[in-house]
Structures are given as C-alpha cells and as structure tokens.
Design a protein around this ligand. Structure first.
Ligand code: ARG
Length: 246
C-alpha cells in the first residue's frame, strides 16, 4: 500500500504529463534565426517554429510559453528543465544525440556560404575558403561552426554570440564569408544584394528536429505522431509555404 500510495502522488513521469498538468508548453529557442524564429517590431515571436509550437500546444490543449535562450547554452537549459522542448531548428547530430532525444526531422537543410561580394570571382565553393588568409564568421555553438572546423579547417574562424553580429561582419567586409543554415542565408543574401552573394548549394546534410530530454518515450511518441499527422493533412505544407515560399 505504501508503494501504491506513492504512485498515486508521484510526479508526472513524462514531460507530456507535466505539460498537461501545468497547462503550459514551454518552448526553448534562440530568436533571430529567420524564418524559424524572429522577433517582430511589436516584440512578439514569429516564424515557422513559432507557428508549429503554437499548433502543438493547441492540440495538447495547453498554452505556449517561449523561452529565448542563447544557442550555445540551449541543451544545458533543456537538461535543467528551463523548458520542455527545443523547437529551434536544431540539427540532429550524433554528439547532441548523446545528450538529448530527437523527434523525427521536420525539415532538412544544410550549411551554405554567404560571401563578401568582391570575393565572388575567386571563391566558388567551401573548399576554396580553406586557407588561413580567409576569415569566416559563424554563430557560436552552431553546426555552421562545426562545419567550418571539420571541412574548412585551415580558414581563420571567428565566432559570434549572435547571428546578427556575424552577419554584419560580412556586410561590412570585415570577414570574407559567413557559414550558416541555408534558409537563413537565403533571406540574408536577398536583403543585402549590394554587399554579399549566396553560394546556395548546401555542403552539409542537416535534418532539423525537436529535442527533448532523454528517456521520455511518451513525449517522443506524441510528437512523432503529431508530426506525421500535420505532414499528411496539409497543415505543415501551409506553414511551409507561408514561411519559405513567400
Ligand atoms: N541548425 C543549426 C544548429 O543546429 C543552427 C540552429 C540555430 N537555431 C536558432 N534558433 N538560432 O546548430
């Protein structure tokens, strides 16, 4: 009876149960990553991930709360329960997967290069940048940083806390290139055609997925089934068109 008693009052065993009990889904991301999560002029979060998170919460019958978190600390923040799930365009990597569980990928992207415009003639692909004379800006803790370290190891790497700071370096010609996810770079380059060019062929393969704490099959099962549903019933496509094709 002692055991039964304990079970009846036990803390929720899954994140899903905790969310339902709380009535709030807490979503971690790092805003500024267009078109997935941005802050508009009114200070509200908007973007592909934001809409997806709202849909998830609505389907669970709970409110949604966004917890903006620096990217290089986002896994520790998940692990210490600052929020329930990372919905922030996180690339599934084997190293991250040692620390968190990922739902099925919701989109696949890759790293691309935004170049200082005057370098467009001499640099045609990532391997042309593999020389200490070239400076490459990346955002700290991203797969962009990893890709440069692994695939362009001789280049001079400059890490920035925010993507905005890294991006400004290329616009101002202080670095030769910026390496980041394709969707971000496509928007970045299209808004700065006078200063940069986009080498838009991805040189890495990167499935992006929602991340939760390990060992939580109930939450993983819910998320994966929900994802399959919205991918099949047209609601995912509607959102995709809204954020990637307009
Ligand atoms: N996909 C890249 C990564 O996993 C960049 C994601 C950045 N996301 C963000 N919300 N700032 O490292």
């Amino acid at each position: 009876t002692l055991l039964l008693c304990g079970l009846a009052h036990a803390a929720p065993s899954s994140t899903l149960d905790a969310v339902l009990e709380r009535g709030v889904l807490r979503v971690g991301f790092d805003a500024g990553y267009q078109p997935f999560e941005m802050t508009n002029k009114q200070g509200q979060y908007i973007g592909f991930d934001v809409d997806l998170a709202k849909m998830v919460a609505k389907e669970m019958g709970v409110k949604v709360e966004f917890v903006n978190t620096a990217w290089d600390g986002i896994i520790p923040a998940l692990l210490t329960d600052k929020f329930d799930v990372i919905m922030g365009g996180m690339t599934v990597t084997p190293q991250r997967n040692l620390r968190v569980n990922f739902a099925d990928p919701y989109i696949v992207v890759g790293q691309t290069i935004v170049l200082r415009k005057d370098k467009a003639g001499e640099i045609k692909s990532f391997s042309d940048l593999n020389d200490p004379k070239y400076k490459i800006a990346v955002k700290l803790g991203t797969t962009g940083e990893q890709a440069v370290k692994r695939m362009i190891p001789k280049a001079t790497l400059l890490q920035f806390e925010t993507q905005d700071d890294a991006k400004l370096e290329v616009i101002n010609g202080k670095v030769d290139a910026f390496v980041y996810d394709l969707p971000y770079n496509a928007i970045f380059a299209s808004q700065n055609t006078g200063a940069v060019v986009h080498l838009d062929k991805p040189f890495t393969f990167e499935p992006l997925a929602w991340a939760i704490r390990k060992g939580d099959q109930d939450t993983l099962n819910w998320l994966n089934n929900y994802l399959r549903q919205i991918k099949g019933d047209g609601s995912y496509d509607r959102l995709y068109k809204k954020w990637f094709e307009s």
